[in-house]
Write a protein that binds this ligand. Structure first.
Ligand code: ADP
Length: 164
């Protein structure tokens, strides 16, 4: 049976940390669904279409047919169940991620007992990266290419020039 994993997040934009977890998840599952949570009250920096296009651009060619990118605006467990996923992937950076993620995993398992949360540890090099700080660094003219794939760094520069 095909093992399908659901990897939810904002991905605004995709960072080297997200990519690290996505690649690790592909070692466990046959197919990973990257699910971008969209909320009309929180538009974010990049639109859903831009976030999706960046993820697809950055994926190594050989893995592209095992990854799909979708949006969702409902309960994460409902979206994962509707996609036929048996695993929910979450990345862990530190103890504060762990505290929050344990609460989320506990509630999610009560909401959808057939979906198993799988925690994957951040790699040492990507552990400090958060998309929020990446956006702040880029918007203040810092070099985001230390933390995100090249195509994302380029897209951040373009966003910055559009905003100024
Ligand atoms: P962020 O917290 O950077 O804004 P998201 O809300 O999009 O990112 O997070 C989606 C998932 O990716 C979460 O499980 C989060 O813990 C994980 N994640 C984000 N950044 C990293 C990182 N640097 N290393 C490992 N996992 C990460």
């Amino acid at each position: 049976m095909k093992r399908t994993a659901f990897y939810p997040g904002s991905f605004d934009p995709l960072t080297n940390g997200h990519l690290d977890i996505l690649l690790q998840a592909l070692g466990l599952a046959d197919e990973v669904i990257v699910a971008i949570g969209v909320h009309s009250s929180k538009p974010g920096l990049f639109t859903y279409d831009e976030r999706k296009a960046l993820i697809e651009k950055v994926l190594p060619e050989a893995l592209r047919d095992r990854v799909s990118v979708v949006s969702f605006d409902n309960l994460t467990t409902d979206a994962a169940a509707a996609a036929g996923a048996g695993m929910m992937i979450r990345g862990l950076r530190d103890g504060s991620d762990l505290d929050y993620e344990m609460q989320l995993a506990g509630m999610n398992s009560a909401l959808a007992e057939d979906i198993q949360t799988v925690f994957l540890p951040a790699s040492a090099e990507t552990r400090p990266i958060t998309a929020t700080l990446v956006r702040q660094v880029a918007l203040m003219g810092g070099d985001a290419s230390l933390f995100v794939p090249e195509a994302v760094a380029e897209a951040l520069k373009i966003k910055l020039s559009e905003k100024s």
